[in-house]
Design a binder for this molecule. Structure first.
Ligand SMILES: [Zn+2]
Length: 497
């Protein structure tokens, strides 16, 4: 017997009560919630219920277990109907067997109250004069009742207004990854009233996440992130439809999830997922807002296949391997860095939904939170990316050229005729100068912006701190036809050790 379940079939109270029979029970209490024929003065003809089933069952089972232990009940269960119901039908049933009547009543009452409060169920009332919208069961009533969440401060913006607010309410946004970026994105989009949010994340909450992922509390440790985030956001703004997907975001689910979204937000920390988001978005013609963070820096890119804009592969044609960009675990991160980048992502999402000016397209925004600086770099369509941008169909992952890395002491490389290009940021160069003279200094951002004049008859060796950015930059230039560019393996850290 499941202690909490959803059913599409009519509820048979006697059958449900049978397994609760228990010789030690002196009391049995049951409750039936039924569909009535009026609500808030309007005649009702029927109801429809919808739920987040997986999340709802987990939460429902937890509620039943809590009530049993708190009130000393012997057995208890709750069943909630879903789908279309007529007047008089039983929508929810609770049964409790306990040693005495007081415990049975108390546990029964606690279960129905908590289910109303905590289980993600929505209902749509059908009135004699037409249907109302979906409302969260915790806040039943016609959609035009006093709003549970007041958007007046943002509606006051002339660019938003009632029409913009309605657009936000009708928008469906898919957020891939509920980590540091995702927490910021989700909070802002839920606050703005984006009507339907889908959260995909297969990870569970870890204590090491908490410093930068404030949607979770210490007691969420071990819970699936998508679920914990959905519960928290549902408390924050119960007027929204928030859906948790706890499976891995893979090629199988990517197209379906992306296709039903108006905007996709990439909040993952690895390149494989970013390419999945990019490719699915391009294929479906859905805008995607991508961001990544590395220590104190972040990068933002908006992919607009709906406007013929450039995509992630236009800049990174080689399917870059994981580990090329350090994740937070390896590289370390301060909480505000993903928070700032996530807020920038949320802002771009709102700009897209509301049609506000200044939308990022064919550009990269680089943010350096140590230097308090930000730069916009051109990131145009790469004509070589036509296969991806135009006809994407399962792009084969190209293997990275083996001969991209050069393993030489810098002085020897210079002596061998390589033109050494230091692509680190000026601050890094100052702290740890190259053990060399005559090198060219060109930060990665400027290089990606086309700042390196590659002469065909010279050989170039790109250098950074650990050989990660330089390898990415070399791949970037190779993909643009410059075969005479290499990366110093292991970067400066591997020199003279
Ligand atoms: Zn492209």
């Amino acid at each position: 017997m499941n202690t909490f379940e959803f059913t599409h079939a009519p509820i048979d109270a006697a059958a449900l009560a049978e397994p609760l029979a228990c010789d030690a029970a002196g009391g049995f209490a049951s409750f039936e919630g039924r569909v009535r024929n009026h609500h808030a003065g309007r005649p009702v003809t029927g109801l429809e219920y919808e739920a987040f089933e997986a999340l709802g069952v987990t939460e429902g089972e937890r509620i039943v277990a809590e009530a049993k232990s708190r009130h000393g009940a012997l057995a208890a269960r709750c069943v909630h109907r879903l789908g279309r119901l007529g007047i008089g039908e039983v929508a929810v049933w609770v049964g409790v067997a306990a040693p005495h009547r007081a415990e049975a009543f108390a546990a029964c009452r606690a279960i129905i109250d908590e289910v109303k409060h905590r289980v993600p169920i929505w209902k749509k009332e059908h009135y004699a004069e037409g249907a109302s919208g979906w409302v969260n069961c915790e806040h039943p009533g016609p959609v035009h009742a006093a709003p549970a969440f007041d958007y007046s401060r943002q509606r006051a913006l002339p660019e938003v207004g009632a029409e913009g607010q309605a657009r936000l309410g009708a928008a469906r946004v898919l957020v891939v990854g509920a980590g540091g970026l995702g927490c910021a994105v989700l909070t802002s989009l839920a606050g703005a009233g984006v009507g339907a949010l889908t959260i995909v994340d297969h990870d569970t909450v870890q204590p090491s996440n908490l410093h930068r992922q404030p949607l979770y509390t210490a007691s969420d440790t071990g819970r699936p992130k998508a679920e914990a985030a959905a519960v928290r956001l549902n408390d924050y703004n119960p007027t929204l439809r928030i859906r948790a997907v706890t499976q891995r975001f893979d090629a199988e689910c990517a197209s379906a999830l992306v296709a039903e979204a108006d905007v996709v937000v990439d909040c993952t920390d690895n390149f494989a997922s970013k390419f999945l988001v990019n490719d699915a978005a391009v294929r479906a013609g859905v805008p995607a807002v991508l961001a990544s963070v590395y220590q104190y820096e972040g990068q933002l890119q908006v992919v607009r296949p709906d406007r013929g804009g450039s995509c992630l592969r236009c800049q990174w044609p080689e399917a870059t391997r994981d580990g090329l960009v350090g994740n937070c675990e390896q590289a370390g991160v301060l909480g505000p860095v993903p928070a700032v980048l996530g807020q920038l992502q949320a802002m771009e999402v709102l700009k897209i939904i509301l049609g506000l000016p200044g939308q990022l397209q064919d550009e990269l925004l680089l943010v350096d939170l140590l230097a308090c600086g930000q730069r916009r770099l051109a990131a145009p369509r790469n004509p070589g990316c036509r296969d991806v941008c135009v006809r994407i169909e399962s792009v084969p992952v190209q293997s990275t050229p083996d001969d991209l890395d050069v393993d030489l002491p810098l002085a020897a490389a210079a002596a061998a005729g390589y033109r050494v290009v230091d692509i680190r940021e000026p601050m890094e160069c100052k702290f740890e100068p190259l053990p060399l003279s005559g090198q060219q200094s060109l930060p990665l951002g400027r290089l990606l912006d086309g700042g390196l004049r590659v002469e065909p008859d010279r050989r170039y060796l790109l250098v950074c701190a650990h050989g990660v950015r330089s390898r990415a930059a070399a791949e970037f230039l190779r993909a643009r036809g410059h075969a005479n560019v290499w990366s110093l393996r292991g970067g400066l850290a591997a020199q003279g050790g």
